[in-house]
Structures are given as structure tokens and as C-alpha cells.
Design a protein around this ligand. Structure first.
Ligand code: ZN
Length: 242
């Protein structure tokens, strides 16, 4: 079975459509969404609807949480706060109802999933390096935890002898005796200097994990952001992937 993991769509419809088309070509059996359907981008309703209808497991991110009014956007930086306040006025009741059913964490067989950190999903911690990853392995029982949130692909491996490593991979075979924390990158606002949309697949028969990068019409997404009067930086950063 092939499972796809997508995260951090951030209301970028062009990126999401391109990724879903690419996923179809990979003969994927299940799609899991790790949170942040909305925020930053210009098409929150269309993205929520596509995620809701295409994904099997659907998780909440911190931007979704704020868009549901579950958390004040006061803790966000200026640009994020402006975009969440805009999203609050744009979101249809249908989208709000769909988002309200998204979960904070989920399990599918050997896979644990949450938006930010296994330890405290509701605190939206970042897992960026070996030091922060080490503690997180104590907070899920499954072999692999899939996360998003930082918009940076990351691959942490904990071997049976307790040694921890962080590697850059595009493809790897998961060792059944090791455990992993895998950040699947971002569909709608990559920040690793590669502007292409990012997602991950795992083949549960071969244990092969792959990062996929997908080109999409970035200029169209930028134009839509501008036409909605959202901060210009939200479009500019898509062009450079950071
Ligand atoms: Zn995000």
C-alpha cells in the first residue's frame, strides 16, 4: 500500500491541485493531511473542500486552530495575524464545519501523525534538530511519527542502540528496527529554498519513503494573493521557497 502525507497547504490552491494530480500518478491508496489547510494563502475554502474530500486522515494545524476561533491570533507574527484575520472573514460556514472535524493527532498502523510535535500537539512546538527530536521519541509508541509545521523537510532516525541522526534524504528505506520522526515539508509554502510543492509517500510493502517535489503555477498563486490585498511578502516568499 502506498500512503501519501501532505501538510501545510496554507490556502494555496494551485500547489494543492498540482500535488493531488501528482499523487494520482503514484497510485496512492491513502492520503493523510497533517494540518494548516488555511492561513497565508488566498483560497481557504477551495483548499478545505479539496482536503476534506480527498484525504483519509485530516489534522488541524495552528492556523486552522486560529481560524476556528480556538486560539487568538495575537501570538502570531504580524503577517500571519493579518492573514488569519482575513481568513476569518472569508471562511464559509461549510469550511468551518469541515475544519471543526479535523483532529489534533491520529494513528494509522505503524504511523503516528500530528501537526507540530508528538509531545504536546496543542503547543505547536518545532522539531528542528536532534536535541529537540530526542525528547519527542518518548511521546509516541508507533515506529514513525509524521509531522509538518516548520515547512522544512526533515528526517530523524533513532536506531535500536539509541543513537540519533538527522539526514537529508530524497528517498530511503525504513529499517524495521529503527524509529523515525519525519517532517513531510510543505505543499503550499515551502521554506527550504526550493519553491516546488513538497509531499511524502511511503510504500508499506517495500518500506521505501520518498520526498516528491512538484512544480506548479506559482505566479498564479502570487497574483491571487495580491488581488486579495494580502501582505505582498506572502506572494514573494512563494517565488523563492522561503
Ligand atoms: Zn504551517
Amino acid at each position: 500500500m502506498i500512503v501519501a502525507f501532505i501538510s501545510d497547504v496554507h490556502a494555496n490552491l494551485e500547489a494543492l491541485q498540482a500535488v493531488l494530480t501528482d499523487i494520482e500518478k503514484q497510485h496512492v491508496d491513502r492520503i493523510h493531511f497533517l494540518g494548516d489547510a488555511v492561513g497565508y494563502g488566498s483560497e481557504p475554502n477551495a483548499c478545505v473542500e479539496l482536503i476534506d474530500s480527498n484525504c483519509d486522515i485530516k489534522l488541524l494545524g495552528n492556523h486552522d486552530y486560529a481560524a476556528l476561533g480556538l486560539e487568538s491570533p495575537a501570538s502570531f507574527n504580524d503577517v500571519a495575524r493579518v492573514s488569519i484575520e482575513w481568513t476569518l472573514t472569508e471562511l464559509s460556514s461549510r469550511s468551518t464545519t469541515a475544519l471543526a472535524d479535523f483532529e489534533m493527532e491520529a494513528v494509522d498502523g505503524n504511523f503516528f501523525m500530528t501537526h507540530a510535535s508528538p509531545r504536546t500537539p496543542e503547543l505547536w512546538e518545532y522539531v528542528l534538530n536532534i536535541e529537540s527530536a530526542r525528547e519527542q521519541f518518548k511521546h509516541f509508541e508507533q515506529q514513525v511519527a509524521f509531522v509538518g509545521h516548520s515547512h522544512l523537510p526533515a528526517f530523524f532516525c533513532k536506531r535500536s542502540d539509541d543513537t540519533l541522526s538527522q539526514r537529508y534524504i530524497t528517498e530511503s528505506e525504513l529499517d524495521p528496527d529503527s524509529r523515525y520522526i519525519i517532517n513531510v515539508g510543505s505543499v503550499g509554502q515551502p521554506r527550504d529554498h526550493d519553491p516546488r510543492a513538497c509531499y511524502v509517500t511511503v510504500d508499506t510493502d517495500t518500506n521505501i519513503i520518498r520526498y516528491h517535489r512538484v512544480e506548479y503555477d506559482i505566479s498564479k498563486a502570487v497574483a491571487r494573493i495580491e488581488s486579495q490585498g494580502l501582505p505582498q511578502i506572502l506572494g514573494e516568499r512563494l517565488l523563492v521557497g522561503r
